[in-house]
Structures are given as C-alpha cells and as structure tokens.
Design a protein around this ligand. Structure first.
Ligand code: UDP
Ligand code: MG
Length: 303
C-alpha cells in the first residue's frame, strides 16, 4: 500500500481539491493507497474539510496538531503515523504535480527505496529570494556532501527509509537533507513547480531566514570555525600593528596612531560580539536538545 502524506496549514480551499485529484489519479492507476492529512494547527476550517473528506472516502485519514509546529514536524508526524509500504510526501497546494506520484511509485516497484522529486526549475521567485536560496543550498550542500540545489520535500520513501528517518532524535530535523543523508537506493524524478492553485504561501521572509539559520546550524559547525578564522585574522593584524608601533616608539615619533587604535578597537569588539552570538546560538540548540521536548503534539486523529 502507498501512503500519501500531506502537511496542511490553513489550506481549507485546497483539501477537497487535493484529496479528489490524488485519489482519482491513484484509483485510475490501480494503486492501493491511503491519504494522510496532517493539520498543522490551522486556524481556518482545514480540519473540518479533512473530516468531510474522510466521510466521503474512508481511505482518507487525518491527524491534527495541538498548535502550529511547522511543516517539518507535520512531515515527520505523517511518516510516523502512515501505514503504507512506502510513502509519498507532497504539498497540499498541488505545486508538486500529483501525476509524478505514479512515476515515483513505478520506480519504487522496480526496487528503488528513495525517489526524490527534483525541481526542473524553481517556479516564480523574486531575484532576492533566488539568490538567498542559492547561498543557503550552497552551504547545506557543502555540509552534507549532497547536491541540494534543486531538492524539494516531494519524495517517495520506502518503509526502511521511513523507519530510519522517524527514529532520528534530532529536534530540528530538516527533512529534505536528512532523507538524502540516510542513503539507500536512490533515484530522481524531475518535475516543474506549478503555481499555487488557491490560498497563499505560508512563508514570510522572516520565517524563511529563521528556517535557513536553524537548518544550517543543524548540519554544520562551520560558523564556529569562522570565529576561529576571525580570531587568527585579528592576531595577524595585531602583530603587524605592534611591530609598527614599536618601530615608531623606537624612532621617537610615538604619540600618533589614535585612528588605528579606534579602528582596531571597533573591529575586534564587534568580532568578539558576533562570535559570542554564534556560540550562543549553538548553545541554545544544545539546550533545546537536552530538554528533549516532543517534536509535535497530536490533539485529534481520524483512523
Ligand atoms: N505547511 C505546514 N505548516 C506550516 C507551513 C506550511 O504544514 O507551518 C504546509 C502547507 O500547508 C503546504 C506545504 O507545507 O502543504 C508548503 O507550504 P507553502 O505552499 O506555504 O510553501 P511554499 O510552497 O511557498 O514553499
Ligand atoms: Mg506552496
């Protein structure tokens, strides 16, 4: 059986449409399936729409979070609760073309354990967004040694891979990277990102930046090494300035150099503060890790 995991946050306009198009598609292709909507603490009628879809077709199930925990949590909850031999994760807004599920499923039947949906193009984005996304994926790709530049959350996972993923204890799990990191026999399917059919994107710029920082620090301690590098640069500069000052003192023209002192002072103290900030961020991550709170809390379930 194939499970289709669909995270949904304020998607009342999309639930019925998405359920209908995926179900009829899978029925036409004779694929035994269940649909699992994860209501990520929506404030609109999303949950009622899921309940209605379940009444119309019992193969449609749902779980609801007690509040908004974010898409990553919704994906992990869906994978934990799904019952299929394999699962596809797909957005609720039909930006991931459902027809590709068939292609992914056929590849799974041929023995692939992970089928990744890769964006053929990134759809409509502003230049600033495209640039930020490029920098972000560059850092993540370097850290994981996997090319992530066109990666997405649209994926099919075999039961083995699901098992590996849901048993990871890290709190800020970045599904897109972790599902590549686990390995297994992997292949790719490319797709064109579509326009969102209804409703609007749930990501603000601030949320995207926080998401990027959280994911980068989950995968690499490079920022901490930057601290060391800054320290070295300051040390070299310090040596040069010291030699120069000593020379001036020796030749008797010492009292100059106020500007140098001020500039050095400004730079070194700002480097120190930035460094403390970076270290503090990692410490807060360790702290959250130790608290070991659950990734999400389920308030309701439709079986
Ligand atoms: N989503 C979610 N929780 C959130 C934000 C988004 O479950 O806090 C879901 C949303 O319902 C959709 C998917 O994640 O199914 C992608 O969201 P969106 O379309 O807003 O993102 P974009 O396509 O702009 O990256
Ligand atoms: Mg979308």
């Amino acid at each position: 059986m194939l499970s289709v995991v669909i995270p949904a946050y304020n998607e009342e306009k999309m639930i019925a449409r998405t359920a209908e198009s995926i179900t009829s598609l899978l029925d036409n292709n004779d694929i035994d399936h269940e649909l699992l909507f994860v209501n990520d603490g929506s404030s609109d009628a999303t949950w009622r729409c899921i309940e209605e879809s379940h009444e119309a077709d019992p193969r449609i199930r749902g779980i609801a979070f007690s509040r908004n925990f974010g898409k990553e949590a919704a994906v992990f909850a869906g994978l934990t609760e799904c019952k299929g031999d394999c699962a596809v994760v797909i957005d609720c807004d039909l930006q991931h073309p459902p027809e590709k599920i068939i292609e992914m499923y056929r590849l799974w039947e041929q023995g692939y354990e992970i089928v990744e949906g890769v964006k053929a193009d990134r759809g409509k984005e502003s230049a600033a967004h495209a640039f930020a996304a490029k920098c972000f994926y560059r850092i993540i790709s370097d850290a994981t040694d996997i090319d992530m530049s066109n990666a997405s959350d649209f994926k099919l996972l075999d039961r083995k891979a699901i098992h590996a993923l849901i048993n990871m204890t890290e709190r800020d799990a970045f599904f897109r990277a972790l599902s590549s990191w686990v390995g297994f026999r992997t292949t790719q399917v490319s797709y064109d990102v579509r326009e969102r059919e209804a409703g609007e994107s749930n990501w603000s710029t601030g949320a995207l930046i926080r998401y990027a920082i959280s994911n980068i620090t989950s995968y690499t301690s490079l920022p901490l090494q930057v601290v060391t590098i800054l320290g070295m640069v300051m040390l070299v500069l310090g040596v040069v300035i010291s030699v120069q000052s000593l020379y001036k003192w020796y030749t008797g023209s010492a009292l100059e150099g106020f500007t140098t002192v001020i500039i050095l002072q400004c730079f070194s103290s700002s480097f120190i503060m930035i460094s403390l900030g970076i270290i503090g961020y990692y410490i807060s991550k360790i702290y959250e890790g130790i608290q070991n709170r659950p990734r999400y809390i389920i308030s309701e379930k439709i079986e």
